[in-house]
Design a protein around this ligand. Structure first.
Ligand code: 5AD
Ligand code: SF4
Length: 472
């Protein structure tokens, strides 16, 4: 069956479940772990749930279905899932809540085995390649009262036209490619998400146009390797239809930049090795593309980078940053760093600190290396003791925090364009928004500013946010 027909078949299951649920006011909870791609897939799961007649609740006690969308990049997500399942056992016994677990972790056999033996009350297990089939899985679970396991180990396909219920009315995530062919030696993603595959330009452009019509202002393009959009297709001679001049990541940025109504374009996560000159030029020339670029470093040491299979050296990374800073006015950078990769010495770790000092990132997402079953890193026999990993992590954290403080000072007195998102969570008398560089700004203003871009003077800095004053 082609993907279009598969999606149509699921529409039939959605209808059937809606009929069964006939105005019973059923509810669901959803817990999403991991990256923005997973968040986006949860929006699709929520879209399906709502169409089947369920409404979302935060209160597990009143839920009829408990959904989990899992991540397996680091170990802490596993602890969280098993903790939640322990709690759910009571609810299962009390009111027969349906428990469904999907996402990346379900592509790992040792995890599904553990669930089946230690948490046998779980009803549905589904993987990353079968998310679109959730209505069918739920239907079979409800009708046939049996456990469903729907997990495939395949390269993966792209399913268009799934229902979606977005979390925000102004910011939307649009997945443009899926899977990963890079095989960084610490990373589980290529094993759980399959091979790289890109969506058709036409489907993406039409989705963004539709979002603009609905009033969305900011688009974040998503992919595990977002800047290699359409690369594999070209290398392998897989046919795709060029649309509005889109035949690469750079041309996609340019095409979306032209869509009226969209004011900001972001993208995550690119790989430094695929950061080609045409992309740098497109960022510089497209007014709507935010000048905050996420450029995962992982390590600042060339030997560690080689062991990580990152395909660039410290010098190449720094040269790329220089080139980008010279080409893109007002560029700021954020990054991901892993500390304690197998074999990393204190001296090699110092190289990471050195790069952080040189680049002065706007934001650094710091991770302690976590062994992932099935990756080359897990088989390396020179694992770093936990206490050394933590020591290095704290050293990096201290450096990053001092840089953030210094960097925040630079904002004070500047004028910034702030996209107003809503009332501040901590203080409902204030509004909250974000700068082009994704800094949170809190300020006083009337509610009709929500969803608008406002000119603002930054009056003070407070580590995790800035205070602003609307420019008269
Ligand atoms: N351990 C720690 N961090 C990891 N990441 C990916 N795999 C691991 C791992 N095994 C981090 C990387 C990546 C981010 C999404 O998660 O920094 O960029
Ligand atoms: Fe986690 Fe990677 Fe899956 Fe995202 S794609 S949820 S980071 S394992």
């Amino acid at each position: 069956m082609n993907t279009e027909n598969e999606v149509k078949l699921q529409e039939q299951y959605i209808k059937k479940i809606k009929e069964i649920n006939n105005n019973k006011n059923l509810k669901y909870t959803i817990l999403t772990m991991g990256c923005q791609l997973n968040e986006n897939e949860s929006e699709k799961l929520c879209g399906m749930m709502e169409k089947m007649g369920y409404s979302k609740t935060e209160n597990q006690n009143e839920a009829d279905v408990a959904l989990f969308n899992t991540c397996c990049v680091r170990e802490n997500a596993e602890d969280k899932l098993f903790g939640e399942l322990g709690e759910l056992k009571r609810l299962k016994e009390q009111n027969g809540i349906i428990i469904a677990i999907g996402g990346c972790m379900m592509q790992e056999k040792h995890i599904t085995d553990k669930i089946k033996t230690s948490y046998p009350f779980v009803d549905i297990l589904f993987g990353t390649h079968t998310l679109h089939k959730f209505p069918e899985d739920l239907y079979k679970s409800l009708q046939e009262k049996r456990k469903i396991e729907d997990i495939l180990d395949i390269d993966g396909k792209i399913y268009e036209g799934l229902p979606i219920k977005r979390n925000s009315k102004i910011k939307a995530a649009v997945t443009i490619m899926n899977g990963c062919n890079n095989f960084c030696s610490y990373c589980i993603v290529p094993y759980v998400r399959g091979r790289e595959r890109s969506r058709n330009p036409r489907d993406i452009i039409n989705e963004v146009r539709e979002l603009a019509k609905q009033g969305y202002k900011e688009i974040t393009l998503l992919g595990q390797n977002v800047n290699s959009y359409l690369r594999v297709e070209k290398e392998k001679g897989i046919e795709f239809e060029e649309y509005e001049g889109v035949n690469s990541f750079a041309t996609l940025l340019r095409a979306i930049n032209k869509i009226d109504g969209i004011e900001r374009i972001r993208f995550v996560s690119p790989h430094p090795k695929d950061f080609t000159d045409d992309v740098i030029k497109a960022i510089a020339e497209c007014k709507k593309v935010c000048k905050l670029v996420h450029l995962p470093l992982q390590s600042g040491n060339s030997k560690v980078l080689k062991e990580m299979n990152r395909k660039y050296t410290k010098e190449q990374y720094l040269a790329l940053v220089d080139k980008m800073k010279n080409t893109i006015p007002n560029l700021t950078l954020s990054t991901d760093i892993i500390v304690g990769f197998p074999g990393e010495t204190d001296e090699e770790f110092e190289d990471t600190l050195d790069v952080v000092k040189q680049v002065k990132f706007e934001q650094v997402y710091m991770f302690i290396y976590s062994r992932r079953v099935g990756t080359p890193g897990d088989k390396m026999d020179n694992q770093i003791p936990e206490e050394i990993k933590h020591k290095r992590f704290n050293k990096l954290k201290k450096l990053v925090e001092s840089q953030i403080e210094e960097n925040n000072q630079k904002y004070v007195g500047t004028l910034q364009k702030v996209l107003v998102e809503g009332q501040s969570k901590n203080n409902p008398n204030m509004l909250s928004g974000r700068t082009d560089s994704n800094k949170v700004v809190i300020f006083e203003g009337s509610l009709d500013l929500i969803e608008k871009i406002v000119d603002m003077e930054i009056v003070s800095e407070h580590m995790w946010y800035l205070k602003g004053k609307i420019k008269e």
